[in-house]
Ligand binder design. Sequence first.
Ligand code: GLU
Length: 498
Amino acid sequence: MDSVRVRFAPSPTGYLHLGSARTALFNWLFARGQGGTYILRVDDTDDQRSTEESMRSIFGSLEWLGLTWDEGPGVGGDRGPYFQAQRLERHQECARQLLDTGKAYYCYCTREELQAKREHAVREKRPYRYDGRCRELSQDQREHFEAEGRTKTVRLLVDRAGRIVVNDLILGDVAVEADTLDDFIFMKPNFGPLYNFTSPVDDADMGITHVIRGQDHMSNTPRQILFCEALGWTPPAFAHSPMVHNLQGRKLSKRDGAVGVEDYRDMGFLPEAMVNYLARLAWSGEGEQEIFSVQELVDQFTLDRVGKSPSRFDPKKLTWLNGHYVGEKTVAQRTDGAGPFLRRAGHEIDDVPRDKLERIVDAVGDRLHTYADIVTYAGYFFTPDDAYDFDPAALKKWFKGPEALSVVTDVRQTIAAIDPFDLATIEEATREWIEHRGEKVISVLQPIRVAVTGKMVGPSLFDVLELLGKDAVLARLDRAAAELPGLTTQADGESGQS
Ligand code: GLU
């Protein structure tokens, strides 16, 4: 068999959607696993909607995911150009060949005429099909239409008796009756080609052996096969992967939240987690394994293990998987990854010594599911002692009665006396104090945490106290003692209304 050549062919009309990213990934895995070639082709024939910005964004997302291409924009290759718009002459040449061999014909029907026929079909409650009026035009009629100055499109002459079978590597054989297809238009009035024509021409020219793409293209495939046959080419193999749905089973759209790869990058997800998650979204290995390195995916990926039915995108599972990959990073890597999120949240970290930053990230530990989580778990370290926010939910939960407030005022003296102010001494002194007080550990530690961080979640409190330092802890306790009585009444009031 010829060596595998696959392509990912995005239209540069937006960002890289998760579903398209998965299509790119399946092509890439297939190529890498088979020792083949992965090509990036830009389907930019729609010059109204194609933009440079979108192209940059798609390339950036692919590169971030690690799905680098062997041929295509930026890297070249000997089957280019890899921008469809630059292949216009070739498309026109093939269209002329089809016209010259009688496999396609000019259609002079006007928009209005076609619209009237469509409406007629609707009135008769039958599906509209082009009636083939221009199939058999005489020379005279053609000249008459030309003289009238009518615009003309080009239609493929489809043998209505035929049947097209797509031997899909994921879905199995899918048969389509040719008479449901119509003599469809593939060249616009300006002799510009439409997608169903450009795609098979470019696939053939680029020596594509397998077209792997979403099931939304299934209806295009029989038409593209017809072009291959009409031009005397062997069609590539096809594999249509299932769509990506939301948890309710509907097409994943912007209404469901973030759907672009770059959104996930900006939210602090890791490319290896995205790749793992997207692969598992429709493909499964032999067993129950969920976590796959890129190399394992390359080694194990086969099209026959891709599912047929739509996959459901579960952000929680992705977050869980991301937490796994974050956990595999060294503290230094996590610090590098999390830093930009702290900066973006307005925290000044440039003057914080590196070892302190790393100790903070280390203390946050496996609570970091995405790098953006650092802001929740550690943002208060970088906020002035009189400016961190008290989370209303934390106040509501941990400052229900006066006991919590008295913890905050009472512990001050103990903390002030801790010397040296290191982890072991802090823990020992605080525990001793709690024991003496005779209260449940959590109902003492949590109010202190909320008082000095404003949050009810975070690293171990003893770590937090040590990392803040004695002066900051005391300043924060004083602030809490002064402000919380007012705030907790408010929080109570709010809870009373809800
Ligand atoms: N440009 C098409 C798209 O983005 C490509 C489809 C194909 O793979 O043939 O959907």
